[in-house]
Write a protein that binds this ligand. Structure first.
Ligand SMILES: Cc1cc2nc3c(=O)[nH]c(=O)nc-3n(C[C@H](O)[C@H](O)[C@H](O)COP(=O)(O)O)c2cc1C
Length: 214
């Protein structure tokens, strides 16, 4: 018997990643288009363009729920619109995260999974400050996503934000896209431990710790 048994890290296995993209004017996109290209470079990522799939907002709830069951990390990737997401992401949440399935009695299907927001903004980082023109830090504006993850027993990961995405220039954009690609690859291979990427001050919900330990 070895005198010391090496403990495996609490959660560090390859994650299957589902990226839900929502850009209502994809043909005019620069920043989101670049981020979407990165998702295609990582094995183990399923990327879905929600506006292309559901131009009439007729979201196929059964298909979306089946996909959620098949993945460990869900990414909402979208431009920041009026301090939130474009409408299809909200519609997706309203229909897919159903009572008795995602929360409430018997609503345990998402327990132990992970949610991350990947955003592009028009405004610079300095605007997202009490003294700035947008008055609130981006983390505060993302509270509904953070709390939705918590209510569904998921870990909410630190958001990846490309600030001032139309003005930063192509070199800086390429740099941010590479950070995204590398992050996804780290999660897809198990190199990244999601617990080390939790959003600031995020307290893991019981549904998550019951699955993975606290
Ligand atoms: C309807 C609309 C609302 C927007 N709201 C915001 C916002 O609240 N905050 C912000 O920083 N940028 C806002 N923007 C700017 C977009 O976030 C930005 O143009 C986009 O992320 C750039 O990505 P793209 O090149 O993929 O279109 C808004 C743009 C539009 C068209």
């Amino acid at each position: 018997m070895p005198s010391q048994i090496r403990m495996a890290p609490p959660y560090c296995r390859a994650m299957r990643i589902l990226v839900l993209q929502g850009h209502p004017r994809a043909s005019f996109s620069i920043a989101q288009k670049a981020l979407s290209a990165a998702t295609r470079q990582v094995e183990g990522v399923t990327a879905r363009d929600l506006y292309a799939l559901y131009p009439d907002f007729n979201i196929d709830v059964a298909t979306e729920q089946k996909l959620l069951l098949e993945h460990d990390l869900i990414v909402f990737q979208h431009p920041f619109y009026w301090y939130s997401s474009p409408a299809i992401i909200k519609e997706w949440e309203d229909l897919v995260l159903d009572f008795g399935w995602a929360y409430g009695p018997g609503g345990t299907h998402l327990h132990g999974k992970h949610l991350m927001s990947v955003l592009t903004t028009g405004g610079p980082e300095t605007a997202y400050d009490e003294q700035g023109r947008n008055r609130f830090p981006i983390d505060a504006l993302l509270a509904p996503f953070n709390q939705t993850a918590h209510r569904c027993g998921m870990a909410y990961l630190k958001p990846l934000v490309v600030f001032e995405s139309r003005l930063i220039g192509s070199d800086a954009l390429v740099e941010r896209v590479e950070i995204y690609r590398n992050l996804l690859e780290g999660f897809a291979t198990g190199r990244n431990d999601p617990r080390k990427h939790l959003a600031k001050n995020y307290r893991l919900p019981e549904g998550y710790t019951r699955k993975h330990g606290s």
